[in-house]
Ligand binder design. Structure first.
Ligand SMILES: [Fe+2]
Length: 288
């Protein structure tokens, strides 16, 4: 069969599949499958893969499955390194102008971080370069958001989170939750986080290396902010001086999320400004 014949056959099958899917119950599932398969046939018509290449793709996906278990999610990693995870959370709901962009919470978030008083030290083993963090939570009009609950978590100087490093760090090291004051202000002590790299010992890491994609994550501190009447914000502030700031593997470094870790009165200091969006600002009012 020559190439033209294969293309015509591909077009026939693609059209037949679209016809069959058109009979499916309407809805997002059918829409999604129609779009995905339609684009897949387009890709086939451009790349014209050989059977051996198709087999290699199947083998790769099989290995991704084998690498996934209760402790490791290689499929999520695959979506992450191609920016799909970030794309979904960024586009899931339109933000008002000026709102702090969201990022992925990531696999090391815990919802049981201990409550801390303002000013408390989140570093529970005394290891690392001391850092003070001061922040304020406002709305898009610049008005303070009172009574916001702020959750914080980050890696140690070696780029390890306590829940991936239980032999070397005490539980809940470098994480905590606190209540901002009536002016939306909060502050805490911790240590300077280190950057880290996504795992490269599985099929996704090997693929990324072959493609020259970065697996590095610049150092950052995660924040999750909840306040009555506002949309929950999950984001991170990155160390602008980290050499990997321009090549974050997860595409999460965005304007407004780059922090300036600078000395102040002999102490490394980071100032953070987080802007929340009103709850459902684009919702259509219900009549009746
Ligand atoms: Fe992280």
């Amino acid at each position: 069969m020559d190439g033209q014949g294969a293309s015509s056959e591909g077009q026939r099958v693609a059209a037949e599949l679209q016809h069959r899917l058109a009979q499916a119950a309407p809805g997002r599932l059918a829409d999604a499958v129609r779009l995905i398969t339609g684009h897949a046939f387009e890709i086939l018509s451009i790349l014209r893969p050989s059977p051996a290449e198709l087999e290699a793709v199947v083998q790769f996906l099989t290995e991704v499955g084998y690498a996934t278990d209760a402790r490791r999610q290689e499929w999520v990693l695959l979506a992450d390194v191609f920016g799909l995870s970030d794309g979904v959370i960024s586009d899931a709901a339109p933000l008002s102008p000026g709102v702090t962009p969201a990022t992925l919470a990531g696999p090391f978030y815990r919802d049981d971080a201990p409550h801390c008083a303002l000013g408390e030290n989140l570093c529970r083993n005394g290891q690392g370069t001391p850092l003070q963090v001061r922040g304020q939570i406002t709305d898009v009009a610049g008005q303070p958001v009172p009574d916001a609950r702020v959750e914080v978590w980050h890696a140690n100087a070696q780029g390890r989170y306590e829940n991936q490093d239980p032999d070397n760090q005490p539980e809940h090291n470098l994480r905590g939750r606190m209540l901002a004051d009536q002016a939306g202000r909060f502050h805490f002590r911790t240590i300077r986080p280190g950057g880290y790299a996504l795992p490269d010992d599985g099929p996704v890491g090997q693929l990324a290396r072959r493609l020259g994609l970065s697996l590095k994550r610049p150092a950052h501190i995660h924040f999750a902010v909840t306040a009555p009447g506002y949309r929950r914000l999950v984001t991170a502030i990155f160390d602008g001086s980290d050499p990997a700031i321009g090549c974050d593997a997860l595409f999460a470094v965005k304007p407004g999320l780059i922090g300036n870790f600078r000395p102040e009165d002999g102490l490394l200091t980071l100032d953070v400004a987080l802007t929340l969006d009103r709850d459902n600002p684009h919702a259509t009012p219900t009549i009746g």
